[in-house]
Each structure stands twice: as structure tokens, then as C-alpha cells.
Design a protein around this ligand. Structure first.
Ligand SMILES: C[S@@+](CC[C@H](N)C(=O)[O-])C[C@H]1O[C@@H](n2cnc3c(N)ncnc32)[C@H](O)[C@@H]1O
Length: 347
């Protein structure tokens, strides 16, 4: 039974980190054995754009790969802002160097996870979209095969996220209470657990979960189990094309990290336009450092997001610039759990 009223006693964050740790092996092996990153940079430091062009990578995969290598402490900007090897990378990851270990790392070059990540990086396409597969996880837009449109895969994926949401949602509701809010719109709300945690704190609050029809079957069941069905409306729709339901607080929880920059700017603009003056948009997500050099667990999670969806982790500065561009005034991030935090912005 999922219970959105109480936070966990112990912190599940390290367990999420162990689980996401395989992304570290995959990124490092891809950089060493498939893209020759260290060999190239040993010849001369390169600007990000030069390295990206040389590796034939699109912007999104290049950001994911380079951010992780910086978070590992293997690349660093030189005095001119070019990407350069750190002393450790120069000593241990340049083929032929006296203490080189790239052959050892090459033991994993053909491991399925590494081969899969390399394919994702090269194609810049999410997993699951081959004709024989269910479709991409967690994302729906016109022109993309989506697992969220099929009953079984939508239920499985939505319930998988309940694992994180049931831990994090009560913490978000406690650290960022909404005493003034009348209607909360949970965009791409999935299980609805974030909205439910606030409903349980604020007895007069109403909420709307806006998501795909198959996903909302799960949210409807979870709302009924929490006794909040009368205050939680499930509205099916496409957040990119349908009118945004009216609310004075809009939540985007773990949604923007599923999308590329143009879609995020569109989503934030659409939400901002729908808010009344004084209304708030809440971005609940993970945040990269503005320098794109960590934090390491977020850089690793970014690779997971990159492989499964059309997104990645973004920096606070990226979110702030999109919020300002949409006419909102962003505030400070309030940390929640599992490396997440809420960045509020007011209209
Ligand atoms: C990563 S999940 C986040 C779920 C929830 N907010 C959470 O934090 O656990 C992304 C959600 O966005 C929904 N979604 C994706 N594309 C959508 C679209 N075009 N319109 C509405 N919802 C969409 C998915 O069905 C999924 O429930």
C-alpha cells in the first residue's frame, strides 16, 4: 500500500546512487574505448564545440558525456576555457602513457550496457523506439512511439516511479507547503502522489493531475486509496497541444528532465501563460551545477535520463533562464530528497 502521508525514516538516496552507478562504468568506457576522448585531448585541449564536432555528437549527448567526465574529475577547463585533461586523466587514461589503464577499462567495451549507451549517444534517440519495441518510456509527443499509450507498459512505468514518489512527495509537501493555494495542477503527474501529498496536508486544496489516459488509470486508483478522489481530478491530455487546465499553482515534477531544450521552453511558456498573476510554477527536479561539472550523482542520473527519454539533467541557471524568458521570477531551490529540489517561480 502506497502511503503519501509520511516520509521514510531512513534516506533512500544512497540506494538510488548505487543503482544509477552503472552509468559511470558505461560513460567512462564509452569515452575511453569508443570515442577516444582522452587520446584526442592529450594531443591538444579543445573547445566543447570542437570536441563535439570531432566526436560527431549532437549537443545533448555531448553535454551528458562531458559533464560526467568533468564530474569524475578527468576533464577540466584550461585558462582559455578549453576542455583539458586533469593530471590524473593524463597519467592513467591516455593510451601508451606509462601508467595507462585504458586497456583494463576496455574489458567492458563490448558489455551490453556500454554498447547500448554508445548507440544512444551516437543516434541521440531514446531507447525503446525500434519498431519491435513498446515505445519510449515516460514521454509522449506526436510523431514518437510511446510506451505511455499502452495499458500494460504505462501501468508498469507509472508504478515504477511510485517508488521514488512515495519517498519524495511527503518531503516536498512538508518542505514547501502551499497554504495559500486553491487549485494545484500536476503536469505529467503520473501516479499523482505529489499532488496527493499536498492534498493530505491542506484539506481545502483541490488538485488536477494532467497526464495520458492510460497513466491516469493508475492515478485514479491511488487517489481513491488515499481518500482524496473527490478533490483530485484526473484530466487526460497532451501537455504540448491541449489547453492548460486552470490552476494557481502548477507543478512540473520530474517532467522537464524528459525533454530537450525547445520542448522545455515551450512547456514553461505554456504553463506561465496559463497562470493568473501571483500564481506559481514549481519545477521539482534534479539540478546540475551551473558550471556543468557535477554533482556526480546528478551527472550519472543525467545519462540514465538521456538514454530513456529525449531529456537530460539541467542546471539551475538553465531553468532560471527559461522561467525568466516566460515572464516568471524564479526563487531559490528548496532541497527535497534523492538529489531533487523544488525551484519556485512567481508570475
Ligand atoms: C517521468 S514521469 C514523472 C511523473 C511524476 N510527475 C513524478 O514526478 O513521479 C513523466 C510523466 O509525464 C507524462 N507525459 C509525458 N508526455 C506527456 C504529454 N505529452 N502530455 C501529458 N503528459 C505527458 C508521462 O505519462 C509521465 O507520467
Amino acid at each position: 500500500m502506497i502511503d503519501a502521508t509520511r516520509p521514510p525514516i531512513t534516506d533512500p538516496t544512497p540506494i538510488f546512487d548505487f543503482y544509477r552507478g552503472s552509468a559511470g562504468t558505461e560513460l567512462l568506457t564509452a569515452a575511453v574505448s569508443h570515442f577516444g576522448v582522452f587520446e584526442r585531448l592529450a594531443r591538444a585541449p579543445r573547445r566543447f564545440e570542437e570536441l563535439r564536432a570531432e566526436l560527431h555528437l549532437a549537443e545533448r549527448p555531448a553535454v551528458v558525456l562531458v559533464t560526467a567526465l568533468r564530474a569524475f574529475g578527468l576533464l577540466t577547463p584550461d585558462a582559455e576555457g578549453r576542455l583539458a585533461l586533469t593530471p590524473q586523466a593524463r597519467e592513467h587514461l591516455v593510451p601508451g602513457a606509462p601508467f595507462d589503464i585504458s586497456g583494463y577499462i576496455g574489458l567492458s567495451a563490448k558489455a551490453p550496457g556500454v554498447v547500448e549507451l554508445v548507440e544512444r549517444l551516437k543516434t541521440n534517440r531514446p531507447a525503446g523506439t525500434e519498431p519491435s519495441q513498446d515505445g519510449a518510456a515516460f514521454i509522449y509527443r506526436e510523431g514518437l512511439e510511446s510506451a505511455m499509450e499502452k495499458e500494460q507498459s504505462a501501468r508498469m512505468l507509472t508504478l515504477s516511479l511510485a517508488g521514488r514518489a512515495k519517498n519524495v512527495a511527503p518531503v516536498l509537501a512538508a518542505r514547501y507547503p502551499l497554504p495559500e493555494a486553491r487549485v494545484l495542477l500536476d503536469v505529467g503527474g503520473g501516479t499523482g502522489l505529489y499532488a496527493i501529498a499536498w492534498l493530505l496536508r491542506h484539506p481545502t486544496l483541490q488538485a488536477i493531475v494532467w497526464d495520458r489516459p492510460e497513466v491516469l488509470k493508475v492515478a485514479t486508483e491511488i487517489a481513491a486509496a488515499h481518500g482524496v478522489a473527490e478533490r483530485l481530478k484526473c484530466v487526460p491530455g497532451d501537455m504540448f497541444t491541449d489547453p492548460v487546465p486552470q490552476a494557481d499553482v502548477i507543478l512540473l515534477s520530474n517532467v522537464l528532465h524528459d525533454w530537450d531544450v525547445p520542448q522545455n521552453r515551450t512547456l514553461i511558456r505554456r504553463c506561465a501563460e496559463a497562470l493568473p498573476p501571483g500564481g506559481s510554477l514549481l519545477v521539482h527536479d534534479v539540478f546540475l551545477n551551473d558550471a556543468f561539472d557535477g554533482p556526480l550523482p546528478v551527472a550519472l542520473y543525467s545519462a540514465v535520463l538521456f538514454s530513456l527519454t529525449e531529456g537530460r539533467a539541467y542546471s539551475t541557471a538553465e531553468y532560471r533562464s527559461w522561467l525568466r524568458e516566460a515572464g516568471l521570477e524564479p526563487g531559490e531551490v528548496v532541497p527535497t530528497l534523492v538529489h531533487c529540489g523544488v525551484l519556485p517561480a512567481r508570475k
